[in-house]
Design a protein around this ligand. Sequence first.
Ligand code: FRU
Length: 471
Amino acid sequence: MKNSTLFVFGILVIVLTACVNQPAHHLTDEPFRSVYHHSPAQNWMNDPNGMFYDDATQLWHLYYQHNPFGTTWGPMHWAHATSTDLIHWEQHPIALAPDSLGTIFSGSIVIDRNNTAGFGENAIVAIYTQSEICGQHQSIAYSLDGGMTFTKYEGNPVLKGDIADFRDPKVFWDEQTNRWMMILACQQEVRFYSSINLRDWTYESSFGANYGEHSGVWECPDLIQLGDHWVLLLNINPGGPFGGSATQYFVGNWNGKTFTCIDMPEETKWLDYGKDHYATVTWHNAPNNRVVAIGWMSNWQYANNVPTVAFRSQNTIARDLSLFIDDAGEYRVRVTPSPESMAIKGEPTKKLGDVAIIELEMSGSETGVITLSNDKGENVVMTLNVYKHTFTMDRTESGDCSFSADFTGATTTPLFVKQDSYRLILFIDHCSIEAFDANGYWAMTNLVFPTKPYNQIKVQGGKATVYNCNL
Ligand code: FRU
């Protein structure tokens, strides 16, 4: 190689390294930059990965699928951010970068308290998919500095794929059998593998045939205990109720080896009835036995085309999960904004801005219509239909929809539980609306790109209070 080539190559490496070690601040203040949702300082983001809570530092760690070289999906890295309150995020250097085994796809993190893997007591161990032309395999890496830097295990990969889609390991400690369990998405089913040391994995069982939605690839699974039952979260793309990506789930039981669904529901259960809620998984070691989830707030149908400039995508607000029984007697997952998100609710205000929390009280006997709009006539119409027992959000005229024919339209959720009056909570942050039943009976997340912020709210059949956000 000639000297000049070496020199150019050297500059290239410096430039790439500079991109990878992003500054802690946001590069631009764009109109669609979320304020209280996590978004990458620059460039592309998809799935949240490897989230864990560190008791010692009281930090919520969030890693995520990231392309440090551009604003569309590309060579995947794990980028890293931390937060003390799930609202303000500090950006850290890239945690995991591609190597000879492939790029770094989604996965999870566990704290290895008893040093089962031999990397050290309380080692933070990341388990992730490596994707390469010849297939997908699971690898591990460990951190001895609280999740800031990782060393890859020299024996990688620890679990080799035998099919094309073999990815997104979520690992948890199984109290019933005292061993690690990995749940892995394998095309249209999930597989469970066990291990005593995070290095050697044994196949245990599969779940999925004949259950739920199958018109897409199953991705990013999670198994969580909610009360007396276990819930399997399963993201699917395409195949969501409104096209593209969405999170389905199954309520059942886990015996340390197999997952069984407690019912064979006629309709698929969705964790969120909007169009921009995907790759949802939960935090390892969340405090007070909470089950805290976060999802990628976009949809593969148009994620690469949304009209942001220096970055693409943001995550949902954190949500706490539990179980409830609906009017039909079926178990469902209750989804409520995490207390950290509710804590930003400030004083009531007369003026609707591009950041707000809105609480609504709707009578249970009259159909209610909530319209958010701006001076240009762009609007989002939300209807709580007491006759159909549904809530609908229509973003057909919400603003810039030009980037994808799949973006316009409405999403609808059943109300699940009849109430005398309905209380709703809306979280608005520049380009997103997250609507919740205040009792957590349903959630709906949709992106919107108004060319001017919505500054008016009109409510028929109910009363709205708009709150500032204390940030
Ligand atoms: C889900 C997903 C995962 C994969 C990652 C790649 O959005 O396709 O299955 O690990 O994104 O970026």
